[in-house]
Design a protein around this ligand. Structure first.
Ligand SMILES: [Zn+2]
Length: 425
């Protein structure tokens, strides 16, 4: 079953595992130059000099997202929250989502599917594996059987979280590798069943570095000390980033008939050239963009906007739009890409999505980071043409994941009717 202890160590974790409120959260969102809450506006030409009568004064043009519908292939929606999530997404132009937090068939997938129906089918679940099955021999067969049942119930695909390689234990308590041969049958079966495998291996490379002032993810690691793999790796408890990535590549190579979605920009947002190499080598690999716009939108030698734009143009059929938004039932059960010690508000979500759309749709160079806790720098947009945006926003998902755009708008919520007076009771 889905293990809260396991996902607690995962930025893609369940929002039910979010921590207590602290002042740091307020400081994080309110103080640092209000970067995450900057006005959502595009900047026009520079101000004219007063003497220049022919030059129009600067005009701040509000950003308006394109009218292209979006399918978010990387969300986490808890049980009972599908309707809330569907409305939250719909407000942002996201008309369909994939929920990567669907459980195994044996532990409640049918409840998630029923919840999805209540949300007009707009939150389609993938299934996960029950990692506790790995404690004894024959786990591959048991997981394969569960996968078949999940497919029969209606799961669209399979999610492999980073616990594989970093936490899941095989018989005898040994860490299971991402390319553990005992799991081969599961990945083969996913291909046979036409179930794409969204696979998260490793994590940001900075999580393997000492969590000190030089670490660009220090703020995130301070909020979530358990996300750091520096000490566990020093103790030999977890593999290096490179070892995990190499095992991920071997897994993709071993199952050419299985479609893999390398989440978080192919698990290597720090190195788009490496991701490009993989895409060139393995036609069964596509990637999503979830929670990595701060990494790929930064201006450094690996990620100039020109290079990233060329990447998206070249691989326009291999990139799926994803955000890593998490939604639970209670008001504070939200996460947009990552989070601090405190949950965000829906207004924070508005800023997150606007920065996201500006990244894809404009060439603005001053876009506030959608998730500033992942590194306090602004990002530069790639300004993709409409036909490429259409592929990344939804056409690739329709083609590869068996989802479609809804045919009708989301119905208005039923108005709550309260008795007006005692006689109505
Ligand atoms: Zn995730």
């Amino acid at each position: 079953m889905l293990d809260c202890a396991a996902v607690r160590n995962d930025p893609c974790r369940s929002v039910s595992c979010l921590g207590p409120r602290t002042l740091l959260w307020a400081a994080f969102f309110l103080l640092p130059a209000c970067r995450s809450s900057a006005p959502s506006q595009r900047v026009g030409p520079p101000p004219s000099s007063p003497s220049s009568a022919s030059t129009a004064p600067a005009v701040r043009v509000p950003f308006v997202r394109s009218d292209i519908p979006r399918i978010d292939v990387h969300t986490h929606v808890l049980l009972g929250a599908a309707s809330r999530a569907a409305r939250l997404f719909d407000r942002q132009g996201i008309v369909q989502a994939i929920n990567l937090s669907g459980p195994p068939s044996a532990v409640g997938l049918d409840d998630f599917l029923a919840d999805s129906e209540i949300a007009y089918g707009r939150i389609a679940p993938f299934t996960n594996l029950d990692w506790s099955l790995c404690e004894s021999a024959g786990y591959g067969e048991r997981m394969t059987a569960d996968l078949e049942r999940a497919r029969a119930l209606g799961a669209r695909g399979l999610k492999i979280p980073k616990i594989l390689g970093l936490g899941a234990k095989g018989p005898g308590g040994k860490l299971l590798a991402v390319d553990d041969p005992g799991l081969d049958a599961v990945f083969e079966k996913a291909g046979e069943l036409g179930m794409p495998v969204a696979i998260h291996s490793g994590d940001p490379q900075a999580f393997w570095l000492a969590p000190n002032a030089q670490n660009e993810r220090l703020e995130e690691l301070q909020a979530h000390p358990s996300w750091s793999f520096y000490a566990p790796h020093q103790r030999g408890e977890v593999p290096s980033w490179n070892a995990l990535f190499e095992a991920f590549v071997r897994r993709v190579a071993r199952h050419p008939k299985t479609l893999f979605i390398g989440v978080h920009f192919g698990n290597a947002p720090e190195d788009p050239d490496l991701v490009a190499q993989l895409l060139d080598t393995y036609p069964n690999l596509v990637i999503d963009t979830a929670a990595r716009l701060p990494a790929i939108g930064r201006r450094d030698s690996n990620h100039s906007p020109e290079r990233m734009r060329a990447f998206f143009l070249k691989y326009q059929d291999r990139v799926l739009f994803g955000t890593d938004t998490a939604v639970g039932r209670t008001p504070d059960a939200l996460m947009f890409g990552s989070g601090g010690r405190e949950p965000p508000t829906e207004a924070d979500g508005d800023r997150f999505f606007e920065a996201t759309w500006r990244y894809f749709e404009t060439t603005d160079t001053d876009i506030p980071s959608p998730t500033p806790i992942q590194g306090r720098w602004t990002i530069s947009g790639v300004g993709l043409p409409r036909e490429v945006l259409e592929k990344i926003y939804y056409k690739n998902a329709v083609r590869l994941l068996g989802v479609s755009l809804p045919k009708t708008p989301l119905p208005k919520p039923e108005p709550k009717v309260y008795p007006g007076n005692l006689q109505d009771l």
